[in-house]
Design a protein around this ligand. Structure first.
Ligand code: APR
Ligand code: ZN
Length: 244
């Protein structure tokens, strides 16, 4: 695809880049998005599987739903969009990849400076002592394992109504304030506080580019919207950046 000249210029002149990715970047890896026609939240109510109250009420059901999601994530591979971002990282002085995704595909694609603002579904956290583990045998279990302190382990992801990991949020916010180019990829920009990040970047004078198959809640904010699948658009942006 032809990348608009203005976008090529912005990519080439940027000194500090911050990227915010959402479920759309993993769609072509076979992981369903949350909203939109075949979104996850059309099949199940997040109130039943993705809140602390749900886990208190039905730990088995919540654990098993996450087990299903983990299977999806474990069978998924990074796609050309993840790999293009991993290549892009090495082309800038400052490059921060903030992701709302919990699938770990950015790191598997080779990205290094990844900020997971919603946690990671392959990790578990004890809800009493806070101990965090990445334990493959937990992924096979049908009920939440117990920690040595007696507490229950739960997936180390941010559920609705929960605060984001403090350090991750501060890093994401700082990177959005500092950047001169902010790239949104595959996010509806509809869930807060992550959806504040493009606004933070905008008010700090950054140039905003959005890559999405359709408009999002951030569309009125961005300087340039590139409509298309991330798996096609991001490699084109990379080629344009490399002077291809
Ligand atoms: N390429 C680019 N964009 C895509 C593609 C694709 N192949 N497929 C879908 N999209 C876009 C959709 O148009 C939509 O704007 O990806 C976006 C996905 O939006 P959501 O499903 O709302 O996912 P996300 O923005 O990541 O949700 C934010 O909500 O449920 C919570 O914690 C969950 O992190 C998630 C948060
Ligand atoms: Zn514990």
């Amino acid at each position: 695809m032809k990348v608009p000249e203005e976008v090529v210029a912005a990519l080439r002149s940027a000194g500090s880049v911050t990227v915010l990715t959402g479920a759309g970047i993993s769609a072509e890896s076979g992981i369903p998005t949350f909203r939109g026609p075949d979104g996850v939240w059309r099949e199940v109510d997040p109130e039943d599987v993705a809140t602390p109250e749900a886990f208190l009420r039905d730990p088995l059901g919540v654990w098993r739903w996450h087990k299903k999601m983990r299977k999806l994530v474990l069978s998924a591979e990074p796609n050309p969009a993840h790999r293009a971002l991993a290549r892009m990282e090495g082309m800038y002085e400052n490059f921060t990849l903030v992701t709302q995704n919990v699938d770990g595909l950015h790191r598997r694609a080779g990205s290094r400076n990844v900020v997971e603002v919603h946690g990671n579904i392959l990790r578990d956290r004890c809800q009493d002592c806070g101990k965090v583990v990445e334990e493959p045998e937990f992924w096979e279990m049908d009920s939440p394992p117990r920690c040595s302190c007696g507490g229950l382990f739960r997936p180390d992801v941010v559920w609705f109504g929960e605060p984001l990991p403090k350090e991750a949020w501060e890093e994401a916010e700082g990177a959005s304030k500092r950047c001169d180019l902010f790239l949104l990829v595959g996010t509806s920009a509809s869930v807060y506080p992550a959806a504040l990040l493009p606004q933070v970047a905008k008010s700090s004078g950054a140039y905003l580019i959005e890559v999405n198959v359709g408009p999002s809640e951030a569309s009125p904010l961005v300087d340039s919207s590139i409509f298309g699948r991330a798996g096609e658009v991001l490699p084109s942006l990379l080629r344009a950046l490399e002077g291809g």
